[in-house]
Design a protein around this ligand. Structure first.
Ligand SMILES: [Zn+2]
Length: 434
């Protein structure tokens, strides 16, 4: 067997349906793809001269998929906390973005986010920001897989004086990155209350033309639902459905305040939901009915949202909080068991982004987006059940190695594709200018 690399020395969690943990397993990689998952001795016998990457007795599993974030907002981490969403956005975040976010600062904030993501075992993100071409270039260079949209809103943004300018940028992005192996271009109108019906439809038509994701904040707060009900006479979900712009390529971030009818609409139209449990807690927006949405057959993944409303991009921490949250809210400790949480972190998120056939599980033919999680620290010892370990005990700092499409981007917690010390120094300097 021909391969470039064999990841060995650990227990493999493939996350394929019904699979059991594969102890002393290995994953063989060739040209960025997984070519085999099997007992280590078997693979090493088949390809004895191949380079080995040692998982150190830990877990070998799919990388985490962050289905909703605003990468460059790392520069606004801790800038404005403890406000309600509308006041936070209009009084603090939007003015700060106006003064701070230029092409070079967006690139820098994105680079800082990449370092944070890779260190936390995140191998794929769905971003939502401005200057998307620049962001796509940063991510491609650093080797992080991403859905990258140009964002659209009905007032001037750092990258676009008008929504039509944003649509033009999105079209350029789609033309340029449509065949890229790591970057999936997209369009992201901000929300039903901040983008007109006409612009929402234009954005959806562009996404249809190129077959790309259509990303939108949806039903995030009670106030949003009340406002749309008053203006349009229907819920935000029904409003977008009536406009004919929801589809299986829609990534709807939040969906905190959705009615049983809304859940039926989302399920029927195949919409993917990016749930952001920690951001929703911090802004006191509420708790999304994730178990109910999953029961209805809706694709659900987890997101951190931006570092200004979280305040980290540590998706594993958020998944662990979510695991407790649904139990606490439902009063049912059997709700959202450990394996289901690990599914949300991996294949669940991949499916929300339309990448379920490319990533999210470890199986031959899929891209090799793989992380190795160490289990030698006191908090990680002993290990009875690997899914329980990930859902309740593991920490981001346990992530040892990270591969994206077969490229080793972090090895032994050392980032190989960007200058971390320089990025941190520049980020501190840039943030001081707000
Ligand atoms: Zn968001």
């Amino acid at each position: 067997m021909e391969c470039d690399l064999i990841i060995t020395g650990g227990t493999v969690l493939t996350m394929t349906p019904g699979s059991e943990p594969l102890r002393d397993g290995a994953v063989a990689v060739r040209d960025g793809r997984i070519v085999a998952v099997a007992p280590a001795t078997e693979l090493i016998d088949l390809a004895p001269t191949t380079t080995l990457l040692d998982a150190g007795g830990g877990l070998i599993m799919p990388g985490f998929v962050n289905t909703h974030t605003h990468l460059a907002m790392t520069l606004l981490r801790g800038y404005a906390d403890d406000y309600a969403l509308q006041e936070w956005l209009s009084q603090h975040i939007w003015p700060a973005e106006k003064s701070l976010m230029r092409p070079e600062t967006v690139a820098l904030g994105t680079r800082l986010a990449v370092a944070e993501c890779l260190r936390a075992g995140v191998t794929c993100v769905c971003d939502m920001y401005f200057f998307s071409q620049l962001i796509a270039e940063e991510l491609a260079a650093a080797g992080l897989r991403a859905v990258v949209p140009e964002s659209l809103i009905d007032f001037p943004t750092p990258s676009s004086p008008t929504p039509d300018d944003a649509l033009r940028l999105a079209r350029d992005l789609m033309e340029r990155f449509r065949e890229h192996p790591l970057i999936r271009p997209a369009i992201a109108p901000h929300a039903p209350y901040s983008v007109s019906a006409a612009n929402l439809v234009k954005a959806a038509e562009l996404a249809d033309d190129f077959g790309t994701p259509f990303i939108i904040h949806l039903a995030e707060t009670r106030a949003e639902v009340d406002g749309i009900l008053k203006d349009k006479g229907v819920t935000p979900v029904a409003y977008l459905a009536d406009l004919g712009i929801l589809s299986e390529r829609t990534v709807a971030a939040h969906c905190v305040h959705v009615s049983p009818d809304d859940i039926d609409i989302l399920a029927e139209l195949g919409v993917g939901v990016a749930s952001n449990p920690v951001s929703n807690l911090k802004l006191a927006s509420g708790v999304a009915p994730v178990p109910q949405m999953l029961a209805a057959g809706i694709k659900v993944g987890l997101g951190t949202d931006g570092a200004a409303s979280n305040n980290t991009l540590d998706l594993l921490r958020d998944a662990q909080i979510a695991a407790l949250l649904y139990k606490g809210v439902s009063g049912d400790p059997t709700c959202m068991p450990a394996r289901q949480i690990v599914e949300l972190l991996t294949i669940g998120g991949a499916r929300v982004l339309g990448l379920g056939d490319r990533i999210g599980t470890l199986e031959p033919g899929k891209d090799a987006d793989v992380i190795c999680l160490g289990v030698n620290a006191p908090h990680a010892t002993p290990l009875h059940d690997p899914y329980s370990h990930v859902a309740y005990a593991a920490r981001a700092a346990d992530v040892q190695h990270v591969l994206v499409r077969g490229r080793v981007v972090m090895q032994g917690r050392h980032l190989l594709t960007l200058d971390e010390a320089d990025t941190l120094a520049q980020a501190r300097h840039a943030a001081a200018a707000i």
